[in-house]
Design a protein around this ligand. Structure first.
Ligand SMILES: Cc1cc2nc3c(=O)[nH]c(=O)nc-3n(C[C@H](O)[C@H](O)[C@H](O)COP(=O)(O)O)c2cc1C
Length: 239
């Protein structure tokens, strides 16, 4: 593909087909991203856990009930919250604090994007159950055959996250070029413990986000194209 078409066509895919992704193709995409991504002093301060096959199926079973519990907990009385926290039941154990309250100037952008998505899907404002189902789909990896979990070295702070972001976008563009779809998912960083069961996670690498990868399904949700800001809104005015 022409590079400008790759940029134009990459979008977040939230419904994948059953078509598998071969190991050779996945390796090729990861190698392309590794080659193309710059990083702080070339340190490449990130590591990737690849979940597919039985590992992915096991996570697909484990994560949605955790999310159900978390949502139920958010609406529960304080005492239940405290008990759940003590039992570590349903409470996130990711490495970074989840974003709950958005900064006031960013919140409208978030709300507008969510509103557009639910409008496209025909889900009403009050339909909590349908919204919950849609959110839960994050934890089923939108039916993708591959999920990747990105960990960043704690020692470089924000620069590790910067480098991982560049790597992530390189990977997503390589995937688009190869005819695959992807969705970066902060939601997949809510829990670290389920991953400990399947991977030898180094303690000094912290879970930043996940990404689902596969072939796009022909579903309405994949037609979602959230508006991007006019460039002028991103530019800082000169004095
Ligand atoms: C770091 C990061 C985390 C994200 N987390 C999620 C997520 O948890 N669930 C989801 O459906 N989309 C997630 N997204 C996708 C964004 O919602 C999406 O990129 C944004 O709405 C713009 O749409 P586009 O990717 O189609 O251009 C995430 C994107 C990024 C870069």
């Amino acid at each position: 593909m022409e590079f400008r078409d790759v940029l134009q066509q990459r979008h977040s895919v939230r419904a994948f087909s059953d078509k598998p992704v071969s190991e050779a193709l996945l390796t090729e995409l990861l190698e392309q991203a590794t080659r193309g991504a710059p990083s702080w002093s070339n340190t490449q301060p990130y590591q990737i856990a690849i979940a597919r096959g039985p590992v992915l199926e096991s996570l697909r079973e484990e994560l949605p009930p955790r999310f159900d519990k978390l949502v139920a907990l958010q609406r529960a009385p304080m005492l239940s919250k405290v008990m759940a926290w003590l039992r570590k039941d349903g409470v996130p154990d990711g490495d970074f604090r989840p974003v709950v309250d958005y900064p006031a100037d960013l919140q409208p952008r978030r709300v507008a994007t969510g509103r557009e998505l639910y409008r496209l899907l025909g889900i009403g404002r009050e339909d909590r159950q349908a919204r919950h189902e849609q959110m839960s789909d994050n934890f089923r990896f939108f039916n993708a055959p591959v999920a990747l979990f990105i960990f960043i070295h704690e020692g470089l702070g924000v620069y590790s996250a910067l480098d991982a972001g560049i790597f992530l976008q390189s990977l997503m563009l390589a995937a688009t070029d190869a005819g695959l779809g992807s969705c970066a998912q902060g939601a997949l960083a809510l829990w670290r413990s389920p991953l400990e069961q399947h991977f030898q996670l180094p303690g000094h690498y912290k879970l930043l986000c996940g990404i689902s990868l596969g072939y796009e399904a022909d579903k309405t949700i994949n037609r979602f194209q959230p508006e991007k800001l006019p460039l002028a809104d991103l530019l800082i005015a000169p004095r």
